[in-house]
Design a protein around this ligand. Sequence first.
Ligand SMILES: Cc1cc2nc3c(=O)[nH]c(=O)nc-3n(C[C@H](O)[C@H](O)[C@H](O)COP(=O)(O)O)c2cc1C
Length: 365
Amino acid sequence: MYEKLLSPAKFGPWDLSSHIVMPPLTRNRAEADYSPNDRAPEYYGQRNTAGLVICEATQVSPEATGYPRTPGIWTQKQTAKWTEVVDAIHAGGAKAVLQLWHCGRIGHPDNQPEGCFPMGPSAVRPGLPIYTDTAQDVVENPVPREMDEDDILGVIESYRKACENAKAAGFDGVELHAANGYLVDQFASTNTNLRTDKWGGDLEARLLFMREVLKAMASVFTAECVGVRMSPYGTFNDIQDADPNAKYEGMLKVCEEFGVGYVHIIRPVVSGNIQLEASGRDVEVIDTARRLFSGPLIAAAGYTPESAEKELREGRADLVAFGRAFVSNPDLVNRIAEGIPFTEGDPDTYYTPGQTGYTDYLKAS
Ligand SMILES: Cc1cc2nc3c(=O)[nH]c(=O)nc-3n(C[C@H](O)[C@H](O)[C@H](O)COP(=O)(O)O)c2cc1C
């Protein structure tokens, strides 16, 4: 019934066991030193029957942090723990990719290592609150510090170093988090980038940061092992571009120029973890990606096995990701193959510490 979805896939340099992707899923269970927690290898190992596992958004440097309990890959200890995660993923035959993240203006110093403060392209406060463990509640996002040239060059270098660590940990590839209103998206967008130097101004200039980061990443992993995730028309984290389609097309053109390994699209039917009304743009954004990017495409957000199979058969996507379903169904691939109903996840434990809602979802017997 889901022959295409379940069949092996050739994806860039990788041979995958199926067309099913576990997309990056932040779980806020990292240690105080920003290392993945001791259960992370088990959690990812439970899900290693996906064709491709893209590990949760992972910060490239201390300054890149923003939320509580989110992992990094700038220390040896963090890298060693990621090595265990990669081994657990590879043990099931899946390929392992790490999503690289800089939160930019989204964050609070209470969630960051000592001495850090959120920074962004411009000093524009996000119009939304943020949770901190210190307050045990949401608090106002501070006005970010405007990055100077040294900050920008330092961040680009931190992406390069993070790639070196990801390579040392054994990851097959890395994915640039250019979605959901984080730093790359903040540079690209008109409401968050008010700069008048070479890093701001017209779209071309606003995309310079993305280009330079990709250049740094592709100096460690070859371009075909570097993917890019985008959220066209997304407004998550208070991103409001004057022309969201132009921004999206511009980002795709950068991906095409660089010959990145894949583009990963979050369709505008889910924002964060909230389901939206379908607007027809879910179809349009895939068409646009196919028109402007000649490499492989991962489509994400709001898919069922039926709609995924259809998308693949019609050649609209090369792989399909299932996010929330993978949280609560570690054996998702088997469930799809055997027609076993999915377990409903509990959004209340998406981002909470501890085992509940993390490693305790059972495989169907
Ligand atoms: C708990 C949770 C955490 C997420 N974390 C990330 C993340 O770290 N990086 C990212 O790009 N998207 C993240 N997303 C978005 C998912 O990768 C995915 O695109 C979204 O859940 C929509 O797909 P779905 O309808 O199959 O769940 C997250 C979503 C959820 C529910």
